[in-house]
Design a protein around this ligand. Sequence first.
Ligand code: ADP
Length: 344
Amino acid sequence: MSDKILQSIFEFTKKYKDPEHNIPFDEKNSKIQIVSKNGNINISLSINEEYLNQYKKIADLFKDGLNKIEGVLSVNIALTSENQSPKNNNKSRFQIDAREIIAVASGKGGVGKSTFAVNLAVAMSQLGKKVGILDADIYGPSVPRMMGISGRPEASQNKKLIPLESYGIKCMSIGFLVSTDTPTIWRGPMVMKALEQMFNGVEWGKLDFLIIDLPPGTGDAQLTLAQSSKLSGSIIVSTPQDIALADARKGINMFKRVNVPIIGLVENMSFFICDSCNEKHYIFSNDGAKKEAEKFQIPFLGSLPIDKELRIQSDEGRPACIDKPDGSIAKNYLEIANSIFRKN
Ligand code: ADP
């Protein structure tokens, strides 16, 4: 095993035995799985619920012992059992001291959800609010890159992670906690635990707005966050094509089912303004998302063009609202941020 920290962790865990089978928690034991990312340790113990109390004791001992290993910033331990119902997985309450928590969601990946989340956060901050952004997109955490962050979060004295700050916004990303090339088999319990840690295990301080960049789709992680993080509302980002809108509809229905208010629908990549003729070209369809919003009787928050400069700004870590605060795209984001304040 190449990771030195991982080796030290197994050195420690193998001193303890699985209460059910009496075998040590070493590298060969499939009941224990460990992901170590930048000093953040996520452990999954597959347990038999009959021995729950013993496993809990072991988890506490692991936590105490592993926190003392040099280079370890945080330790999360998820106890998972095969007959655990999804209901039980949602038990944890994600706590954060924010006046409003807004989830930015999409049905599909690649529609510009993160770009929107980042620029919305910047626009809100430019309008004088204390803002944090929590990147929960397990399939492609892109907030660090879009916010121009290359560092790693450090731990505070009470072992909480200190969010990294960029452009006056506190940022935390799932990319700091869970290895993105982790096999899918890890994903469920590990990701839930990591998501919980992004709330309770981070020194967020007092915020006016926390923007959550959700993973695309309507899976377990999205549902858990929607149910457990006391969302004030959600914003759905979609491109205008039918195929994207069909998936956006599923997102709208998910939030409705769990009683999270839908702040509105945003249409991204709505049109293209040609450099030569300066005309708007509706490449995909005209007003697809607007019509969808009307159909669902949810507010339509606005449309953003497909724009080469916006793509470059996002990918190079200079959100449009920072790079060209007086540009027409930044104005679109500010207008959307203002319309959200007016609704509150
Ligand atoms: P998602 O979060 O939905 O997966 P991203 O925000 O990561 O999508 O965007 C995917 C890609 O599209 C990124 O390279 C981003 O810079 C680009 N992009 C997003 N919105 C626009 C836009 N309006 N115009 C041009 N490129 C965009």
